[in-house]
Design a protein around this ligand. Structure first.
Ligand SMILES: O=P(O)(O)OC[C@H]1O[C@H](OP(=O)(O)O)[C@H](O)[C@@H]1O
Length: 327
């Protein structure tokens, strides 16, 4: 539940609620929306003192941060914008915050385009690509390959429980890519037809582990066994710097209702509704794919074997991290 702090603008609260409810979803889209929300907070702040202005921006960042715990693109976006807030007056702090948020959004869009070009180099004319969930970073690779004149086909996993695969299928059909939509459990069988598995990421850990939509790890294990290369498309905003100091990535557990309606629960558990009706629904939104099942992590800075992604992480983030809203 999004906390409603008095000095956080209603527009920021609305964005936070949209992210929490997944009306705004996808790690890159969430990061873009968070930067936009901080710019809105800055534009609308009625603070007359620079310290009060800064407190409001940090409160807004904390509100946004607390929406979803797994995609590191969110805190990375918040850190990036807040670290650009500068100046001794409200006016200066407002202007620098807005400019920094706009810079973040431009760089995010450019990074995805560059990543797509790099990822498309791994794809050949006539390839069949299996996708999981809906990743704009992954689709950027397919779009770049199509713009290069390569023909592609896709096997799209529906990706229960929220079926984000339908978003991918719709986008690919708009690009006139033949799509075979499959239930998640058919992935192993369909891998025989695939030349690549292409997925996105919510976070990349220092050891090269990939945190992505639930079902990614099982798909990657099956792909390794079937000899199908696994490509992870992930802008550097997905790199999780806290994992360089031993922190693990929290896996978001989402509501039962995404898996089972109250009517279905009542159909299964005759004494449904009792706290101890003996029926527990587990709904993890993400899982962790070990680096040994990943062939390449494609970023806007080039592609990396998972075991070496930490070199890029150190280069970009250094060691000083801290919470995104802290000074
Ligand atoms: O940043 P882009 O590549 O768009 O998406 C990255 C990942 O974010 C999504 O999470 P959710 O659907 O928001 O839970 C999926 O796990 C997807 O692979």
């Amino acid at each position: 539940m999004v906390s409603r702090q008095s000095d956080v603008d209603p527009a920021v609260i609305e964005t936070a609620e949209d992210i929490e409810a997944m009306r705004i979803r996808g790690a890159a889209t969430i990061a873009d929306a968070a930067a936009e929300a901080l710019a809105t907070q800055a534009k609308r702040s009625a603070a007359t003192e620079p310290d009060a202005f800064e407190r409001q921006l940090r409160a807004a960042a904390k509100t946004l941060y607390e929406t979803r715990p797994t995609a590191v693109s969110l805190p990375n976006a918040l850190r990036y914008v807040l670290r650009g807030m500068d100046g001794e007056t409200v006016s200066d702090r407002r202007a620098t915050t807005i400019a920094r948020a706009e810079e973040f959004q431009r760089e995010l869009a450019q990074a995805q385009t560059t990543l797509g070009t790099i990822g498309s180099n791994r794809l050949c004319d006539g390839d069949v690509v299996m996708t999981h969930c809906h990743s704009t970073d992954a689709l950027a690779c397919l779009e770049a390959a199509l713009e290069d004149g390569k023909s592609l086909e896709a096997i799209v996993k529906e990706t229960r429980p929220r079926k984000q695969g339908h978003i991918t299928a719709r986008q690919l059909r708009e690009w006139d890519v033949p799509v075979t939509l499959i239930v998640d459990n058919a992935a192993r069988r369909s891998l025989d037809e695939a030349d690549h598995v292409l997925v996105g990421a919510d976070s990349i850990a220092a050891d090269g582990s990939v945190i992505n939509k639930i079902g990614t790890s099982g798909l990657a294990v099956n792909a390794r066994e079937r000899g199908v290369p696994v490509m992870v498309a992930a802008q550097t905003i997905k790199l999780h710097p806290d994992t360089m100091t031993g922190h693990t990535v929290e896996i978001e557990m989402r509501d039962d209702a995404e898996v089972l309606s109250e009517e279905q629960r009542a159909d299964i558990a005759s004494d449904a509704g009792d706290a101890d009706d003996g029926l527990v629904v587990e709904n993890p939104a993400f899982d962790v794919t070990p680096p040994r099942y990943v062939d390449a992590i494609v970023t806007e800075r080039g592609q990396f074997p998972p075991e070496s992604i930490v070199t890029l992480m150190r280069d970009l983030f250094g060691d000083a991290i801290g919470e995104p809203w802290e000074p």
